[in-house]
Ligand binder design. Structure first.
Ligand SMILES: Cc1cc2nc3c(=O)[nH]c(=O)nc-3n(C[C@H](O)[C@H](O)[C@H](O)COP(=O)(O)OP(=O)(O)OC[C@H]3O[C@@H](n4cnc5c(N)ncnc54)[C@H](O)[C@@H]3O)c2cc1C
Length: 448
């Protein structure tokens, strides 16, 4: 007879963090992990919390979003962070780890707990709400970007059908708005529709366009993994793939200038890059239709060759890769449970966050919200003005534009007005200090 209160599917970063937080709340936890019997296209071992690619858990420097997120998680005694500090290797401002030691620490912490049980099995179906309610149990699905096909059908059902469970990321870069030279852009909507000035447009001359196309063609791209080479890309092609179909393709696609009159010339430019608001504060602007496989330093190099973007900073770089995730704002409650079955919670990358730490942070929260449901108590959520709360708010409430997975970045936090003599670095530090203050207030009031 299963005695467990909490069933966690997926022993990755999010699943392990959720298990740890659940155990700390007195839950009995059963975890299902399909590896090594059945593996994914990216994992190499049967270990829990395997880092599939880089060994870096991003920056630790003051005034950075990843560092602030880690600080929030540390105040919950995050297992992932404990392990990272234990397995740390020198990497400057980054928190990088020895991946074997990292997984080993996490496994030992979980296995040494009397209330933890691991079952190496693929889960292919999810229990109904009535079954879970009758036994007062909750399930956390933390199966990650490479969720097995066997489970996707049930997840699609919980998500309201096809179209709300995605299998690919095709992400356009998001830029820091005050790093753009607006004097070299113009505001306009196509044919004056909308509010008339919703888009910030970067005009390109024929010469600039040709140079830009050459730059993109020559830029180094991230290689596609074998498991990513499918026709799914047709729906949302990376810019470099479009260019391979012809140098003019972008000018008839995302860089189409028709209906966009540049007030400086009174004419439509040869080509444009359109920037669209990502948040209501106007601090984040996405490059419309610019999903790309160019490597991150190459994106910086290629885009900053345009005068308007000479000093451009990025909140998120563009990418295209295999990724299973749901359209969180449509299918999830604010506590990460499914609207159609509030005893099943989602955690990790599949919620619509990107990255190891971000995924673990959604595991941390799901561990608490699910444990609180089992205990029949409420769990106050972190304020959206804190980094952890802002990320949660993003995946459960969305953004201004088209919903796409998000990493931790300062554009999600309230903006700080930069006065005279306040550097960009000072502004970032101030933003993090305010976020930290709000998180600490919340944390102090939270009685666990
Ligand atoms: C190729 C690739 C490279 C990446 N590189 C980076 C990087 O360099 N840096 C970075 O920050 N992020 C990177 N990511 C993203 C990173 O994988 C995630 O952010 C992170 O691992 C997500 O954590 P998670 O717990 O949500 O999923 P995972 O860590 O993937 O864990 C999910 C677990 O669920 C298991 N599982 C899946 N389906 C089932 C099932 N039906 N039943 C039982 N178990 C199941 C899987 O075996 C896996 O162990 C990369 C992703 C991919 C695919």
């Amino acid at each position: 007879v299963n005695q467990e209160d909490l069933v966690i599917i997926g022993g990755g970063l999010a699943g392990c963090e959720a298990a740890w937080q659940g155990l700390k709340r007195g839950m009995k936890v059963l975890m299902y992990e399909m590896r090594p019997q059945k593996t994914t296209a990216a994992h190499q071992t049967g270990d829990l919390a395997e880092l599939v690619c880089s060994n870096s858990l991003k920056s630790m420097s003051e005034g950075s979003a990843p560092a602030q997120l880690k600080a929030d998680m540390a105040s919950f005694d995050s297992l992932i962070l404990r392990a990272a500090h234990q397995a740390k290797v020198p990497a400057g401002q980054a928190l990088a780890v020895d991946r074997k030691e990292f997984s080993g620490f996490i496994q030992e912490a979980l296995f040494s707990h009397d209330n933890f049980r691991l079952c190496h099995e693929e889960v292919t179906s999810l229990p109904s709400f009535d079954e879970l309610e009758a036994s007062n149990r909750c399930v956390i699905v933390a199966t990650g970007p490479l969720t097995s096909d066997g489970l996707c059908r049930d997840l699609e059902g919980l998500s309201g059908g096809a179209g709300r469970l995605f299998f690919y990321d095709a992400i356009a870069p998001i830029l820091v708005s005050d790093s753009i030279d607006e004097s070299k852009c113009f505001r306009a909507d196509r044919y004056g529709k909308g509010e008339g000035d919703d888009y910030l447009n970067i005009p390109l001359t024929k010469f600039e366009y040709e140079q830009f196309i050459d730059d993109i063609l020559q830029a180094e791209k991230s290689p596609l993994h074998a498991f990513e080479q499918t026709s799914y890309f047709e729906a949302c092609l990376p810019v470099e793939v479009m260019i391979e179909r012809g140098r003019e393709t972008l000018r008839f696609g995302p860089m189409k200038p028709v209906g966009l009159t540049d007030p400086k010339t009174g004419k439509w430019p040869y080509a444009v890059i359109q920037l669209r608001l990502e948040n209501t504060q106007g601090s984040m602007l996405s490059m419309v239709g610019f999903q790309t496989k160019m490597k991150w330093p190459e994106q910086k190099r290629v885009f900053s060759s345009l005068p308007a973007l000479r000093d451009v900073e990025f909140y998120r770089y563009g990418s295209v890769h295999r990724n299973t995730y749901v359209e969180g704002p449509k299918v999830l409650n604010p506590d990460l449970s499914f609207k159609v079955n509030p005893r099943i919670f989602l955690a990790g990358q599949i919620t619509g966050v990107e990255g190891y730490v971000e995924s673990a942070s959604m595991g941390l929260l799901a561990g608490h919200t699910a444990a609180s449901k089992v205990k029949g108590v409420g769990f106050p959520l972190p304020p959206s003005t804190s980094m952890l709360g802002a990320l949660l708010h993003y995946v459960t409430h969305g953004c201004h534009g088209k919903y796409a997975p998000m990493n931790a970045n300062l554009g999600l936090l309230p903006q700080v007005i930069r006065g005279k003599g306040v550097s960009k670095a000072d502004k970032k530090i101030k933003q993090c200090q305010l976020a930290n203050r709000d998180f600490q207030d919340y944390r102090q009031q939270l009685q666990l």
